[in-house]
Design a protein around this ligand. Structure first.
Ligand code: TMP
Length: 233
């Protein structure tokens, strides 16, 4: 059983990636599988997942908001602090599996690599907000910025509409750099594969972490082990 920031006996999995990568779908599917295997599962998202977090989310994603990246970093971390304290930490202490769509790596990718804020300062902010909780496994659903943005052509939030393609390319590169720097925590999956194939690969990575056989015989054949590569050291 994985040690999670020294809290309890649960597992903390985050699903990260650029716009349009299918993170929400995969979070929900993994949650359903783990629940079917008998685990207590807590599925959540960032920003959001708490009353205050959902209110902060509205401000952050409102296309009419004009504040800058430092305010963004603080607001995302305010929502994060509340999510960790009121949802994630108690769930891990109970032994649950927590699956979150986005977490702290999104701040490094968007406000750091994308908007140019200092990564070490953002990491210090993250440590304060999370009180040291780090995911056991981060699944990066990787795909080119333009492919993801095209998938979301009709429902764009502030980040998708007000920030250009270059910004989103830096975000994608940032996620890849974060994964390459921490190959033990990250599994990188090519999100251009079908949803079923990506699901198999996500499931394979979660099975490795938990030691539970979450893959079923009828799963998309693919080669989940090939798709869900941990980046070689
Ligand atoms: P989403 O729920 O559609 O992914 O929207 C969240 C948006 O907020 C997305 O564009 C990524 C962005 N974001 C950041 O810029 N920094 C963060 O720390 C987080 C969690 C999200």
């Amino acid at each position: 059983m994985a040690a999670v920031g020294a809290v309890g006996a649960g597992w903390f999995i985050t699903i990260e990636g650029p716009e349009g990568a299918g993170k929400t779908t995969q979070t929900q599917r993994l949650g359903r599988r783990a629940a079917a295997a008998g685990l207590e599962v807590v599925v959540t998202r960032e920003p959001g997942g708490t009353t205050v977090g959902e209110r902060v989310r509205e401000m952050l994603l409102d296309a009419a908001s004009t504040h800058g990246p430092r305010a963004d970093a603080l607001l995302f971390n305010a929502a994060r602090a509340e999510l960790v304290e009121s949802v994630i930490r108690p769930a891990l202490a109970r032994g649950a599996l927590v699956v979150s769509t986005r977490f702290a790596d999104s701040t490094l990718a968007y406000q750091g690599f994308g908007a140019g804020l200092d990564l070490d300062e953002l990491r210090a902010l993250e440590r304060f907000a999370t009180a040291g909780i780090v995911p056991d496994l981060t699944i990066l659903l990787d795909l080119p910025a333009e492919v993801g943005l095209a998938r979301k052509d009709f429902e764009r939030t502030r980040f998708e509409s007000a920030f250009g393609l270059d910004f989103h390319r830096r975000v994608c590169d940032g996620f890849r750099a974060l994964a390459a720097a921490d190959p033990v925590r990250f599994a990188v999956i090519d999100a251009r594969a079908t949803a079923a194939e990506v699901e198999s690969a996500v499931t394979a990575a979660a099975s490795r972490l938990t030691g539970l056989g979450l893959l079923q015989p009828g799963d998309a054949s693919s080669e989940p082990e090939r798709l869900a590569q941990r980046i070689p050291r």
